[in-house]
Design a protein around this ligand. Structure first.
Ligand SMILES: [Mg+2]
Length: 358
């Protein structure tokens, strides 16, 4: 049986800003754009969360929910450098580290550099070292697979450790509300509820075939996880998955109107795929292929999820006109969402881009 720890920094960006400016401590802090801009919230301190402020909501809404909130703009270079510090701590424990974002990672500590048999002891040491090194707190989930470790890290936040042992898993999962299952996003949650699945116990009653019928391959994953079965390895060389769509034209072209309408329909198609998979991304890539087959691409990454079709379209157009040398004809145009909010639950994603012809 494996020993997996999921480490997740507590309100990471907000906690960093409070560390940098201690007068913010104990106050509702919102990291993001100014409340009068069209920006969205990147992170909120626990004090701000009490008012319902969450990442990805518009800053103007955050201001309405919590008029006393203090807005701070994000300092990504600082977050990246702290992320490197905490990763060094992870690598001091095990080589099997799978970062999920700047502030969280899975660690397989079944065998580790300290020959420590008790994973909870390692989790405590990691918390202590993170605090000594960064003056920030992290929460750890300890269990025998990734799914349970991920859920456990969220259970005793902030600065908590929660352990799910093999004998406790089934009771824990039966009582878990369906939205708390990692991999069940908002769209899937609504669909589950419409089928009468409100918690793990309800989900447990379904057989694999019926879940696959309603949820595709992800249904098989849901069938397993509610039984505490998740055989995914901690993958230290995890490739960044993306969700993309591309179109090869029947004739090479540099016609603006044609290309803009293609971009429109690609964004439409991407949105359909995104909703079908209930997935979100934080970066957008535009890829073009010239008539001589040279490929160019440009990516832009955002602190918050790209969930608005209009927003994705305007970013796509912006990137497209930056990357395209308008004197040259194009044979292909593609867009892709990256920095996805979860691992792709479908095993067979053949390539970065789904091919379509026109
Ligand atoms: Mg976190």
């Amino acid at each position: 049986m494996k020993k997996i720890i999921h480490v997740d920094m507590d309100a990471f960006y907000a906690s960093v800003e409070i560390r940098e400016n201690p007068s913010l401590r104990g106050k509702p802090v919102v990291v993001g754009g100014s409340p009068n801009s069209r920006g969205v919230v990147c992170a909120a301190s626990y004090e701000a969360r009490k008012f319902g402020v969450r990442s990805a909501i518009p800053c103007s809404m955050a201001k309405r929910l919590c008029p006393e909130a203090i807005f701070v703009s994000p300092n990504f270079p600082l977050y990246v450098s702290i992320s490197q510090e905490i990763r060094e701590i992870f690598y001091s424990v095990t080589d099997l580290v799978e970062p999920l974002s700047l502030d969280e990672a899975y660690l397989d500590v079944t065998s580790n550099h300290f020959q420590e048999a008790i994973a909870t002891k390692l989790a405590e040491d990691i918390q202590t070292k993170i605090f000594q090194t960064t003056n920030l707190t992290a929460s750890c989930g300890v269990s025998y697979n990734k799914f349970l470790a991920k859920i456990a890290s969220d259970w005793k936040k902030p600065n908590g450790i929660f352990v799910i042992r093999p004998n406790d898993a089934s009771k824990f999962l039966h009582e878990l509300t369906i939205g708390k299952f990692y991999g069940v996003g908002k769209v899937t949650e609504a669909k589950m509820k419409s089928l009468g699945i409100h918690n793990g116990k309800d989900l447990y009653m379904w057989n694999r075939e019926d879940l696959i019928f309603h949820f595709g391959k992800a249904g098989s994953f849901y069938f397993d996880i509610v039984r505490g079965v998740d055989n995914r390895n901690v993958n230290p060389t995890r490739e960044r998955k993306s969700l993309g769509i591309e179109d090869t034209f029947s004739e090479d072209t540099k016609d603006h109107g044609f290309l803009e309408s293609k971009l429109d329909s690609l964004v439409d198609g991407l949105e359909q795929r995104r909703l079908k998979r209930d997935i979100r991304g934080r970066s957008l890539t535009v890829k073009i292929k010239y008539s001589d087959f040279t490929v160019k691409s440009m990516t832009r990454t955002y602190p918050s999820w790209l969930e608005q079709k209009e927003e994705i379209l305007s970013i796509a157009k912006d990137l497209f006109f930056q990357v395209w040398n308008q004197t040259k004809s194009l044979r292909l145009l593609g867009i892709a969402l990256g920095n996805l909010d979860r691992e792709n639950l479908e095993e067979s994603e053949p390539s970065l881009f789904d091919q379509i012809e026109s």
